[in-house]
Design a protein around this ligand. Structure first.
Ligand code: ZN
Length: 459
């Protein structure tokens, strides 16, 4: 018998979903509703049901397959040991919030590997934590309060969050008599094993409403791996906690400026005439990392020397630009080699006036949020003027050559200083208008002349 799910101790610090998002009128719910899970997983003989259920819950929103072994190891890290079996639902939620998930195709281990190797968090190096952050959850909420029945609280939570596609993580003592039937009976044996799974919607069968449970035990059980739970069983059995996630917006904290630099065979060659197509081909050969916009260019933006801006990657999409800062940084590359040639102590190329103008417009739009470029869902720009840096600020490189560190910041500052100037002009005009108004309309019905003079006036 596998006990992958541990009992949950009550914790008053859990955020209640209905307290934050309110309770809804249940008569507004449709008869049937279901989210679509990417796949029915198979955890086989492992104790990873909590991690499998958490991956399924997160996949509903993220629409990519996630790897249970990593998030399980992180739950074990929070528990402080990996040798004992299973986790409780709060710990797996905390792991999803604190660390996150890695895409299944980028994993180091799967459940086919040695359980005590992948469950030991020390065997996952830091690069996985960086990768997982992109899929971390902003928070998790406890579902149950606010309704007379848990069954209704779960339906309401799924419905209220249908736009964000959130199911509910749950668990029960699973009975062996349930396995062959898609519809869970209302009477059954005592004995079973604790198992975590996910509710993804509800369905009417013979006039009665059932919650749709998505399990991680393959498609040979139930209704191709899906089970239907009646109200009585949900209210009685789902006593291991019920949780839902909130997605973490990916914040873009920095803006990195690059130049295209020279060539491997000629460091001091000019690259000012490099085109989008040439850069695309070069990066396809180098990274072969295609963006959601169909480009192979590693940066978010490329500005040619005649001042054309090309968006190669959505803002918030992983870049191939600054090692170690490819998830939280917007990268902008200017065509040109700004390195200083020791022969004449001058930069090989200099940013053109058109490039500078385009760069300023782009930066101001990104900082102000007035840009019209493609931004990935759930991403948010938090970068400020002082977060604009050359590539060399992030990792050891010469990029962007001989330009000073504050070069791009200074270009943008000019715009902001002008804006402040306009504000000051408006303010002094306004003051003059108020004075003019006063000279025409001397108050005559203002009561007495008493006013606070900053001292007690004992008249
Ligand atoms: Zn660079």
């Amino acid at each position: 018998m596998i006990n992958g799910l541990r009992p949950l101790k009550p914790d008053a610090r859990d955020y209640q979903f209905s307290k934050v998002f309110g309770s809804i009128d249940l008569t507004t719910l449709p008869d049937e509703f279901s989210l679509t899970a990417l796949e029915v997983k198979d955890q086989k003989g492992t104790d990873l049901c909590t991690a499998f259920a958490a991956c399924t819950l997160s996949e509903l929103q993220e629409n990519i397959l996630l790897e249970p072994t990593y998030t399980f190891a992180k739950g074990k890290q929070l528990a402080g040991e990996y040798e004992s079996w299973g986790l409780d639902l709060r710990l797996i939620c905390k792991a999803a919030q604190k660390y996150g998930f890695i895409p299944a195709d980028k994993t180091k281990y799967t459940i086919e590997d040695d359980r005590n190797v992948y469950a030991n968090w020390n065997n996952w190096d830091q690069s996985f934590d960086i990768l997982a952050r992109k899929h971390a959850k902003e928070g998790y909420f406890s579902v149950g309060a606010g309704y007379s029945s848990l069954f209704d609280a779960i339906r309401a939570a799924i419905w209220q969050n249908r736009a964000e596609k959130r199911g509910v993580l749950t668990g029960a003592i699973w009975r062996s008599s349930w396995v062959s039937q898609g519809i869970i009976p209302k009477t059954y044996e005592e004995e079973g094993f604790a198992h975590a799974y996910t509710y993804i919607g509800w369905k009417k069968i013979n006039g009665e409403t059932y919650l749709i449970a998505h399990l991680s035990n393959g498609t040979n059980i139930g209704d191709k791996g899906i089970f239907y739970f009646p109200r009585e069983v949900v209210d009685r059995e789902n006593t291991f906690g019920n949780f839902t996630f909130k997605d973490m917006p990916l914040t873009l904290e920095n803006i990195a400026i690059h130049h295209t630099g020279g060539y491997e065979f000629n460091k001091y060659a000019s690259t000012r005439n490099l085109t989008v197509e040439q850069l695309n081909n070069a990066h396809q050969l180098r990274f072969n990392f295609k963006s959601s916009l169909g480009s192979y260019i590693g940066y978010n933006f490329f500005i040619t020397s005649d001042g054309e801006v090309f968006q190669a990657r959505s803002i918030g999409e992983e870049t191939a630009a600054q090692k170690g800062s490819n998830l939280n940084t917007i990268s902008i590359c200017l065509a040109g080699n700004f390195i200083i040639n020791p022969l004449d102590n001058k930069m090989v190329d200099e940013p053109t006036e058109e490039q500078k103008k385009t760069l300023v417009t782009l930066l101001v739009g990104l900082l102000d949020g007035t840009h019209s470029h493609v931004i990935a869902a759930g991403s948010k720009i938090t970068a400020k003027l002082y977060n604009i840096h050359p590539h060399r600020f992030f990792s050891p490189t010469e990029c962007y050559g001989g330009l000073p560190d504050n070069w791009a910041r200074e270009l943008v500052s000019v715009v902001y200083k002008e804006r402040i100037g306009i504000l000051q002009t408006l303010l002094s005009l306004y003051t003059k208008l108020v004075e003019l108004y006063r000279s025409f309309y001397q108050p005559t019905l203002g009561g007495s002349d008493r006013e606070c003079g900053g001292y007690f006036n004992l008249k």
